[in-house]
Design a protein around this ligand. Structure first.
Ligand SMILES: [Cu+2]
Length: 108
């Protein structure tokens, strides 16, 4: 193997590692006026989504995707909810009370 090829492979390896590290491990998402603060998010595998309820009525979050199948209890105003996303893939989040509240999370 030539030195140039080795350097190229090393560069690719470091580049992909840097990309993986740039994914956040935790994202805070607020719920206000029957909306999630974002409709799309990217997070590292093993990361956590934190949901605040900033409305004055309850929400109820469900999450489905690789390694996650959650239907939360009623989340009352002011309560926080934490959801672990253990595996890479696409996770769909929605509110069981307000069907228009949807969020797609890419886990890498
Ligand atoms: Cu809701």
């Amino acid at each position: 193997m030539t030195n140039r090829l080795l350097l190229t492979l090393l560069g690719l390896l470091l580049g992909s590692t840097a990309m993986a590290l740039s994914r956040p491990a935790e994202i805070l998402i607020t719920q206000k006026n029957r909306e999630f603060s974002v409709r799309e998010a990217s997070i590292a595998a093993g990361g956590r989504l934190l949901f605040s309820n900033d409305d004055d009525f309850p929400h109820q979050i469900s999450a489905s995707g690789p390694g996650v199948a959650i239907s939360s209890p009623l989340q009352r105003p002011g309560e926080m909810l934490s959801i672990l996303l253990p595996q890479a893939g696409t996770v769909q989040i929605r509110c069981g009370i307000h069907p228009r509240m949807r969020l797609t999370v890419q886990v890498d």
